[in-house]
Ligand binder design. Sequence first.
Ligand SMILES: Cc1ncc(C[n+]2csc(CCOP(=O)(O)OP(=O)(O)O)c2C)c(N)n1
Ligand code: SF4
Length: 256
Amino acid sequence: MRAEDVVKQVVCAPPKLKLPGPHHHCPGCHYGIILRLLCEVIEELGIEGQAIGITGGGCSARWVAYLDVDMAGGIHGPGVAIATAIKRIYPETIVFTIQGDGELGAIGLGSFMAALLRGEKLTTIYLNNACYGTTGGQMAPTTLLGMRTTTTPQGRDPRTTGFPFHGAELAASMRGTAYSGRVSVHTPANRQRAKKALRAAFQRQIEGVGYTLVEFLSPCPPNWQLSPSDCLTFIEEKMIAEYPLGEFKNVAQIDY
Ligand SMILES: Cc1ncc(C[n+]2csc(CCOP(=O)(O)OP(=O)(O)O)c2C)c(N)n1
Ligand code: SF4
């Protein structure tokens, strides 16, 4: 075959909304995959001109520099409060927060609960890696029972540290929530389902229905002290057992 007869076709390319340059996530972290899905969904929904993202204090904090949409680096905790202010001042915008489990379930729990109670028309991308990744793997509200972390070296004991926090089920139980689901991206099929869930959540915000949340299970190889491939087994066997995947709420209307 002559070189000029070769047909070149792009079959896979970085999403248009991912700014060029490397990202800092550890090998085996799934945050990069989730970032990609987020870019693709915003682009496919055609909302890049209206979208405003708020990051918090965890390993997703630097997404302010990775996404080619308006972004604001929040602080560790009050992401949904900052997002609420933006959405109420500019109701035509599509506002999303990206928050870790330490953030949403601990330091930011008050802001999260308040936004849920008010049914703020936001989308929260909630990253559950069962620990505080950034700061060295301390116990988070989502840490599994018996799981060893730097602050639970003997394994998490519910008698002293309570039981795991279920953010997606909590959101689904609130009347002001339009969409809540839990997904994972540890297999190709799950990645497809995760993208569908993210799209559905943004769609409900576009329709102005209510609060929307997608919880992503994600591994943290250095802090779980597992190889990237063993992390996949851990998600399948341990994480999903505590945090079942699925769509917990998806409504087109909220009765006021
Ligand atoms: C007000 C405040 N308190 C504490 C910290 C330190 N801090 C930064 S990130 C973090 C934990 C992040 O954990 P998580 O939200 O689960 O996100 P991950 O790093 O796992 O993505 C903490 C405690 C901070 N930056 N600001
Ligand atoms: S510390 Fe954990 S959550 Fe943070 S980038 Fe590394 S693997 Fe991902």
